[in-house]
Design a protein around this ligand. Sequence first.
Ligand code: NAP
Length: 250
Amino acid sequence: MSSRVAIVTGAARGLGSATAVRLAQDGLAVAVLDLDEASAKATVDAVAGVGGSAVAVGADVSDPAAVEAAVARVTEELGAPTVLVNNAGITRDNLLFKMSESDWDAVLGVHLRGSFLMTKAVQKHMVAAGWGRIVNLSSTSALGNRGQANYSTAKAGLQGFTKTLAIELGRFGVTANCIAPGFIASDMTRATAERIGQDWEAYVAQRAAAIPVARAGEPEDIANAVSFFVDERAGFVSGQVLYVAGGPRA
Ligand code: NAP
């Protein structure tokens, strides 16, 4: 119970999984939260592999009862969580004129409602501890992206959410920051390549050609940025949006 406890949502794979491992390497105990508890097992094993401790927690971040139960379980099994990484996300891309109401609601439900519910449930532990770190996953899509009216709206919304959290919670020793990744190789971007009928390797090469550092991002690139914001020494950095995109894009 001596180490700090982090909850990483959507941590069964991709950026969330890499972040869970990174935070464990930093000495935190990690709750690996995802829709399906069984799918979080691989990340729990990866954390154990680097000598860390983790628990798998199944919860839909857009369901208030599931969120409350998940945070209560983490508190009981690992200790009070004082680090929260709102990473769970989905895409339901389509051009505006073809976008269904359910695809709009689903994307805003996971990213915005989910981050709101998780933060509301965890912040009480941060306030009680007089210390906390909140990191929200935005995206370069917040700047606008064809076919992503729902997703870009959610990701821009998370930036406003983050800045307000920084203002409201700062006096309790809590910082809130946002990371806006560019193109990162993950299941989410693989699904995009599939949807537009492009071979994965060709898609990565094409995307990398437009990135100043001339490569696709890796989940660890994002995990390292999360690690910075969570660090004890980052206590005077709050309300910021860090574009981690291999170039400016802001
Ligand atoms: P990913 O590979 O699709 O992983 C997302 C994870 O979130 C999945 O395990 C998914 O579970 C889980 N999830 C979805 N809905 C959930 C819910 N309601 N409650 C709990 N967990 C849920 O995505 P990623 O590429 O790692 O992206 C992680 C975050 O970074 C997302 O917020 C994404 O928008 C953001 N991002 C990614 C990129 C990129 O290039 N990859 C760029 C910018 C921003 P299931 O598998 O069961 O659905």
